[in-house]
Ligand binder design. Structure first.
Ligand SMILES: Nc1ncnc2c1ncn2[C@@H]1O[C@H](COP(=O)(O)OP(=O)(O)OP(=O)(O)O)[C@@H](O)[C@H]1O
Length: 255
């Protein structure tokens, strides 16, 4: 991956001692994490370790039990609903299932968040923005198609475009390559890197896919027993003798 500008003095997400339980299930047990401007941070962890809970807390969809969650300079848990809405516009959430409306064309799917969030946009401006974001994800030709006519990889791209159209400062990707064939996975990994360069976003990428982690992650953080015990580059993380890290690696590359 080419060198890029990551501002390590500028943490756009700063989390301290974050805890979250559901009844007796202690999911996050003191998470500390900083994500810097311009960085792609990959969060790895086994199923059910709390990766989705973490990004839902970052985007204000879930409240923490305790700890500090600072996103773009705001303490998420202290925001009123209006400020939270404002923050959410700056935090794009790319869902695992792409979350497209099946009854709408690609164009209408992309217009939807724009029209909902900036009601006074003119038709011409809406068209320009839709066309621009479609071009950015390499799918201009699909503009009048229905989601059912798209491949899994194309749906993923449109889902990412629909998040990008609001020009978020942070992108949260939940399992961006899940269910895709290996070549399409690589295309999505490339797209994640292109989005970062073109839109200068900061991203958190949740994945089980080690190829995705290696190709997109400037840094990897492994969620183990409710904490980020191990963080570093891909090679640094997997050089760890920690048995939990090694079994995660071996499982991925031997299954
Ligand atoms: N709203 C909720 N109410 C109760 N339990 C929840 C809730 N959200 C998540 N959980 C539980 O918290 C744990 C962590 O869930 P989470 O979805 O974050 O896992 P994950 O690491 O993203 O897993 P996967 O890789 O399978 O998506 C799970 O046991 C889940 O059942």
């Amino acid at each position: 991956m080419q060198q890029k500008a990551i501002d390590r003095n500028n943490a756009v997400i700063a989390i301290k001692d974050l805890k979250k339980s559901f009844g007796d299930l202690h999911v996050l047990r003191g998470v500390d994490l900083e994500v810097y401007q311009g960085e792609n941070l990959v969060v790895l962890g086994r199923s059910g370790t709390g990766k989705s809970v973490l990004i839902k807390i970052i985007s204000g969809l879930l409240y923490p039990d305790s700890g500090e969650v600072n996103v773009l300079g705001r303490e998420v848990e202290t925001l009123n609903s209006r400020d939270l809405m404002e923050l959410r516009l700056k935090v794009g959430f790319s869902f695992q299932n792409s979350a497209l409306y099946d009854s709408m064309t690609v164009r209408k799917n992309l217009e939807f968040p724009l029209v909902r969030n900036s009601r006074n946009l003119r038709r011409k401006e809406i068209n320009v923005q839709v066309e621009r974001v479609l071009e950015a994800v390499g799918l201009s030709q699909t503009i009048e198609q229905m989601p059912s006519e798209l491949s899994g990889g194309q749906r993923k791209r449109i889902g990412i475009a629909r998040t990008l159209i609001l020009r978020p400062e942070i992108m949260l990707y939940d399992e961006p390559t899940a269910g895709l064939d290996p070549i399409t996975c690589i295309e999505i990994n490339n797209l994640i890197n292109e989005v970062q360069e073109k839109y200068n976003t900061t991203s958190i990428i949740i994945t089980h896919d080690l190829t995705c982690a290696k190709q997109t992650g400037d840094r990897i953080a492994m969620l183990l027993d409710g904490q980020f015990a191990i963080q570093g580059t891909f090679d640094e993380v997997f050089a760890s003798p920690d048995e939990r890290v090694q079994s995660f690696y071996n499982y991925n590359f031997t299954k």
